[in-house]
Design a protein around this ligand. Structure first.
Ligand SMILES: C[S@@+](CC[C@H](N)C(=O)[O-])C[C@H]1O[C@@H](n2cnc3c(N)ncnc32)[C@H](O)[C@@H]1O
Ligand code: SF4
Length: 297
């Protein structure tokens, strides 16, 4: 309910007074992981950073004071996190106590998360069956299906990162999201070619074809989170980015006022759908505003 008042306040300050205060925080609590996905440059196998409860508390308070009211706990794999008797749910309760309106976790769903107290859960799903396993490792798809069924969380969505290996699985993955009773919706993103993963970048012509397919599915009523306006922008990526809408705090404690993609120099090839969605919101596209409200409330 509080977000009903805060969102228009935040938006009018950003749109009309040029304020650049973050709305959301992407907080990497560790870079330890139980998978080694082909497209990922985040995980650390040797000597991973694992934040303490106190460090996360300080980072949450810092982000709250910047103006952020939504937090996404990221990693590495956030469900692996603990500090003594504190676990991921302890961080969720902490964020709520500080004043965050909503908490999200992004997980690979390889570990059970039946007791998660997060308001919403994003599960990374990179295609059906072998497509997913080709990127994430053998057995990963089966474990994901089992764990999302066991969790039966009321606000669980999946997030697909489309790349040169899995783009032919997009349609069946959208179908799967519609028919699986434990999935509310699907968000579609494209691979961002961080150093060492350039071969997974999907060329622009294929990307455009895939976007046309997604738009067709969206218009046919499939539960696709992306807006049509945002999707169209992702075809060419030539638009002003509003990446300061989220502040990022990396596993090593680095605090960034915007997405790490800008320091990595990959913005021109960015595949994060949020970039297009944010540009459309600031250009007052009704379909994107509606999609954003749905996500945030
Ligand atoms: C880094 S992971 C951390 C959370 C968790 N381990 C998981 O896999 O969901 C967060 C999200 O970033 C996505 N991701 C990783 N590398 C990416 C890349 N190069 N381009 C686009 N998305 C990427 C993952 O697929 C996942 O959905
Ligand atoms: S599960 Fe997540 S953090 Fe781990 S390697 Fe895969 S994308 Fe990276």
């Amino acid at each position: 309910m509080k977000s009903l008042f805060y969102l228009p306040f935040w938006f009018s300050k950003a749109k009309f007074s040029g304020s650049k205060r973050p709305l959301q925080t992407v907080l990497f609590i560790s870079d330890k992981c139980n998978l080694t996905c082909k497209h990922c440059t985040v995980y650390q196998l040797k000597n991973p950073h694992i934040k303490t409860y106190e460090q996360v508390k300080e980072e949450l308070e810092y982000s709250y004071h910047l103006g952020s009211r939504f937090v996404d706990f990221e990693g590495g794999e956030p469900t692996l996190w603990h500090d003594g008797d504190k676990d991921l749910n302890s961080l969720i309760r902490l964020a709520k106590a500080i004043g965050f309106y909503s908490t999200t976790i992004t997980t690979n769903a390889q570990m059970p998360f039946t007791n998660s107290e997060a308001d919403s859960i994003w599960v990374s799903l990179d295609g059906l069956g072998d497509f997913h396993d080709e990127i994430r490792g053998k057995g990963a798809f089966e474990r994901l299906v089992k764990n999302i069924a066991a969790a039966n969380h009321p606000e669980l969505s999946v997030n697909m990162v489309i790349n040169s290996q899995n783009y032919t699985s997009v349609e069946e993955t959208i179908e799967f999201a519609k028919t699986n009773p434990h999935i509310q919706s699907i968000s579609l993103n494209f691979h961002t070619p961080y150093e060492g993963t350039e071969d997974l970048f999907l060329d622009w012509d294929k990307r455009s074809e895939v976007i046309d397919l997604i738009i067709q599915k969206k218009k046919a009523g499939y539960p696709i989170m992306n807006s049509v306006s945002g999707l169209k922008l992702m075809k060419h990526n030539q638009f002003k980015k509003q990446c300061w809408v989220s502040n990022f705090i990396l596993s090593d404690g680095t605090r960034l006022a915007e997405c790490p993609g800008s320091t990595a120099g990959v913005c021109d090839q960015c595949g994060f759908s949020m970039a297009g969605e944010m540009h459309s919101v600031f250009n007052l596209k009704p379909d994107t505003i509606l999609a954003g409200m749905k996500l945030r409330m």
